[in-house]
Design a protein around this ligand. Sequence first.
Ligand SMILES: Cc1cc2nc3c(=O)[nH]c(=O)nc-3n(C[C@H](O)[C@H](O)[C@H](O)COP(=O)(O)OP(=O)(O)OC[C@H]3O[C@@H](n4cnc5c(N)ncnc54)[C@H](O)[C@@H]3O)c2cc1C
Length: 589
Amino acid sequence: MKILIVGGVAGGMSAATRMRRLDEAAEIIVFERGHYVSFANCGLPYYVGGLIEDRSALLLQTPESLASRFRLDVRIDHEVTGIDRAARTVSVRDTVTGTVTTEGYDRLVLAAGATTRSVLPAGSDLPVHTLRTVDDVDQITALLTRASGPGSAETGPAATVAAVVIGAGFIGLEAVENLVLRGVQVTAVEFAGQVLGPLDPEMAAPVAAVLKAHGVDVRVDTSVRGASAGRVLFSDGTDVAADLIIEATGVLPDTSLAAAAGLRIGESGAIWVDDTQRTSDPLIYAVGDGAEKIDAISGGPTRIAMAGLANRHGRAAADSIADSAAGASGVAVAAEPAFGVAIVGVFGTTVAMVGWSERRLLASGRGHRVVHTHPSDHAGYYPGAEQMSVKLLVDAATDAILGAQIVGGHGVDKRIDVIATAMAGGLTASALSRLELAYAPQYGSAKDPINQLGYVADNLAAGTTRSLQWHELAAALAAGEALVDVRTAGEFAAKSIPGAINVPLDELRDRFGDLPAGPLVVHCQVGQRGHTAARLLSQLGREVRNLDGGYKTWAAGAAALAASPRAAVAPAPPVSPVVPTLSTERIVA
Ligand SMILES: Cc1cc2nc3c(=O)[nH]c(=O)nc-3n(C[C@H](O)[C@H](O)[C@H](O)COP(=O)(O)OP(=O)(O)OC[C@H]3O[C@@H](n4cnc5c(N)ncnc54)[C@H](O)[C@@H]3O)c2cc1C
């Protein structure tokens, strides 16, 4: 069996090494057009920032190490330029000598990754880089060193360097953070109305606040018109000085070889594969960013460019190839759909997500419930507790978990992984309340943030409580519902939602008769006291809903909308709020 692999990083090298573990006799050749294989692309931004000081730490393997341990024939500086499916050969160009050769295969694995696209208008004359390869970071760090001058350890760089990062997605924000860590003045430009587009706007607003707090000039609803003479011009007519531009505007699956060879391209625009990573040609496999995935929420085709999936599918392709060979070892299992679990760190704030957002669910018309909570990562009485904001999306009909987003500090990573695992295992949202999770005060709470999510979800599913979302509040008030803030008078005086009246939770029973007539919306700071108030009032016969996530979520949503009207979760009808009044002077006092 002769197996050729195109691309020698995440998916390709996983396929190659797994293949060797399954078949000692196979001939395995890996072609990599770059000069490095199996490098840590996810670590590249941290080398720019200086957090990873040793460049060699990025280079996890070499052709020599892969040859000695796995007997792989790894050919760097070799680009596969075409596939002849009838002859079962590929043509390969040596990028150093220009020599073109032909290599035959029994099986071929395409792991060529993704391509970038430039959004910069022609004629821009500033240095422009992407942040995808070792060569990219070598060039970026050399440019930064040149631009900042020699400087010294005591005084820092001799000159301030300025950069514009186009695209405020995952890699864009990693670039921003690491440039700032290097002392670069950064402008982050985002075409959409918010940073981190896959997040819902009220979850993204705190991330934008963190960026601004670290001196980043964040510009949403903005695109770059051009760059020349050391300045970058934006769509709003303003411009900034810049020494370099980093483009992080997203990636597209690299389908060039597959398309030219007549392989089926899926609806998502990536290479179609079956559930064993086989393309429309049974002798050719595709894995990684170039290959189509099945979305676990919709069951439909999707594109997800993540390292974990590339590694998993590389392994799956090798399993499938081993099974298709004579003397099959029977290791292939059908691929699981993908949930799109992702995490990024920005100046100590962790942002994580899985599954679908509320915006996406609304656009698809899928009935859903939303839960916002703001728990601490561990017991509040134990030093160092940090608050996180959690959002859970739940199928209204089945109670299935459809997605989650978490922004905070410590403990965000483990909570998103618990939710992702619960989703993979088919647990309902209410079942999160019953998960038995590790607890000691420095690690969690006896009611872990995951359990708390489950309690709220369970209450909503059972109808024990009713809630409304921050973006639904204006319409509710316009329709005549009264907003009752059940926080303390001090909290109310410090900051409140326009139109709210203040009746602290502990006074609610005494003042019950004085509340405005008609349906009520109650709220507190994070939703918990609001829930108690809603339970009290509904048991006393009032029609009441709790503002989900309380003032904190509402304020984050308001901040998102203030930054851009395009940050709306869903198009909202124009409303003019009706300000409710308390029925007695006593309550006002
Ligand atoms: C800066 C950065 C940070 C990231 N951080 C994370 C993270 O934190 N978490 C996460 O999950 N994912 C992250 N990713 C994404 C992750 O790296 C990719 O999803 C993953 O590497 C995809 O694996 P792949 O094998 O499909 O492609 P790649 O790993 O990109 O490898 C493809 C290789 O194929 C080679 N190639 C292409 N065409 C040819 C050809 N014709 N002939 C020969 N060789 C060819 C390319 O040179 C390339 O080296 C990050 C990516 C980048 C760039």
